[in-house]
Ligand binder design. Structure first.
Ligand code: NAD
Length: 496
């Protein structure tokens, strides 16, 4: 790939230039172009969906035995691993995450394909207890064309979480990656080709979501949308889906509480809170962005946390020691800055950060330092809205009842963290928190075998888990008559 080239898109089994406007994806650490491509056009959406539909009907993919489909998915996992370093470096450039993080995302994508290959070849259908002269079965069928719409913050891992189960289930997939981070989805399509997946089963449509994502969602041949992104966009998609009676899964935003109880192991809690909010520069749906600390412990804990946060290595994403890279774009950094200004205007105090760093790379890219605000209540806008950046709001709490009320007082309910040595208390508290995922004495840890998703404005449906494949299948009940005689109701006797 050279900068002079315009990258082709993968549309309906062919690699060709998109029909939309030419644009560059840029490296957030320098603002310089990484690659040029033409966005997809509405005609490309139509071609991709029609091509996917034809591939679904005629490629024989859906009819292949589960172990045969699994073999292709294992090959995809293998190719991702073979090309891991190249993919991780490309992703670092595409979205500015530190190289160690992009390596982990690529490894996770390979693991996801491997996992859903296994889920595919071990999926069991059931014979249900019969209440008549028939054998009754509960079976699963693929849906047809599935749309996978993904955000910019964890490319390849996000796409894998949708594409792997959708293909495992026998479907065709049209991927709509975020406009600003399209490169890994295109690489994934190339890998699918190289692994021998029938042509047309995977297409990739980079470009504006409000145009392409919307058209894809509305398309009558699209039978399911799996979406990860902002809550506003998710609600828009849910409305379209309601009109089509189409199933959707929505992985949306968060404003997750992390809670430090008086008896927490401070070394563990400091490390976990730091990782929870500042890794990925806070550009994570599950970022632990609201911190509640037992009042007795508040000052000593905050002193340690602040000192440790000040030591985090912000800088060049290519450097293996870097812990925080730049934010995704200039516009996003401005949005983070506006939230910090809002917090200060509401009476908050800066305990750390809050100023753009300067000098060297910092003058080129969209860097923002770890920032801690305090002196604010949970009702403030900075505690209620997702900032999606390295901004932690810290608050002391007095009683557990008050803590639970505040922790749950959010439109979002994606994740929560608890730090305590008292396992019974942590367990009881974990049951009271309203969130799709609760971590006790750890944070931001994932397993592909454990379902993930949010409550309330954080989403609908679950991804991952062995049964995640069923999200991409329709359930069918099949009755197989075993009658020796015609059905009695009609009064027809056998042999007459
Ligand atoms: P976004 O909602 O702006 O965009 C997400 C995707 O939707 C992009 O591909 C975009 O082009 C597309 N899109 C935009 N408008 C659309 C429309 N009208 N119809 C169809 N598609 C449309 O989100 P973003 O800024 O890319 O990502 C950040 C958000 O994603 C944050 O809110 C974050 O919390 C959320 N997120 C959630 C999870 C999760 O698993 N819950 C994971 C990662 C990110």
């Amino acid at each position: 790939m050279t900068l002079e080239q315009t990258l082709p898109l993968c549309i309906a089994g062919t690699w060709r230039l998109g029909g939309g406007a030419r644009y560059a994806t840029c490296y957030p650490a320098t603002g310089e172009p990484v690659a040029w491509l033409n966005a997809a056009s509405l005609d490309d959406v139509e071609a991709a969906v029609q091509g996917a539909h034809q591939a679904f009907l005629h490629s024989g993919w859906a009819q292949r035995k589960p172990h045969e489909r699994a073999a292709v998915l294992y090959r995809i996992a293998g190719l991702i691993r073979e090309r891991a370093e190249e993919l991780a470096q490309l992703q670092r450039q595409d979205n500015g995450k530190p190289i160690n993080e992009t390596r982990a995302l690529v490894a996770s994508a390979a693991g996801t394909f491997q996992f859903f290959a296994a889920a595919c070849e071990t999926l069991e259908e059931t014979i249900t207890p019969s209440r008549g002269d028939f054998v009754s079965m509960s079976l699963y069928e693929p849906m047809g064309v599935v749309a996978a719409i993904t955000p910019w913050n964890s490319p390849i891992a996000s796409e894998a979480q949708k594409v792997a189960p959708a293909l495992a289930a026998g479907n065709a997939v049209v991927i709509k990656p975020a406009e600003i981070t399209p490169l890994l989805a295109l690489q994934l399509a190339r890998i699918c080709d190289d692994a021998g997946l029938p042509k047309g089963l995977v297409s990739v449509l980079p470009g504006k979501g409000s145009l392409l994502g919307d058209a894809l969602t509305r398309h009558p041949l699209v039978k399911r949308v799996s979406f990860t992104g902002g809550t506003g966009t998710g609600k828009h998609i849910a409305h379209i889906a309601a009109d089509k009676m189409m199933p959707v899964s929505l992985e949306l935003g968060g404003k997750s509480p992390t809670i430090v109880l008086e008896d927490a192991d401070l070394d563990h809690a400091v490390a976990g809170v730091l990782y929870g909010i500042f890794s990925s520069s806070g550009e994570a749906c599950i970022a632990g962005s609201r911190l509640f600390v037992a009042r007795k412990l508040y000052e000593p804990f905050m002193a340690r946390l602040t000192a440790a946060a000040a030591q985090l290595r912000l800088g060049d994403p290519a450097d293996e020691r870097t812990q925080m890279g730049p934010l995704i774009s200039a516009a996003h950094r401005e949005s983070v800055e506006r939230y910090v200004a809002l917090g200060l205007a509401a009476g908050g105090r800066l305990r750390l950060g809050g100023q753009r760093p300067s000098g060297g790379l910092f003058d080129q890219g969209y860097f923002y330092p770890p920032t801690i605000l305090e002196g604010l209540g949970n009702q403030q806008q900075v505690c209620q809205e997702e900032i999606f950046g390295p901004v932690l709001v810290a608050m002391p709490f007095d009683s557990e009842a008050e803590l639970v009320e505040q922790a749950n007082d959010s439109l979002y309910a994606l994740a929560a963290g608890i730090w305590s040595r008292d396992y019974k208390r942590a367990w009881a508290l974990g049951r009271k928190l309203q969130a799709g995922t609760v971590w006790i004495n750890t944070y931001k840890q994932f397993s592909i075998s454990t379902p993930f998703g949010g409550w309330r404005d954080s989403g609908l449906g679950r991804e991952k888990g062995r049964l995640g494949i069923l999200q991409y299948m329709e359930q069918k009940s099949l009755y197989w008559g075993m009658n020796e005689q015609p059905l009695a109701w009609a009064g027809v006797e056998a042999g007459q």
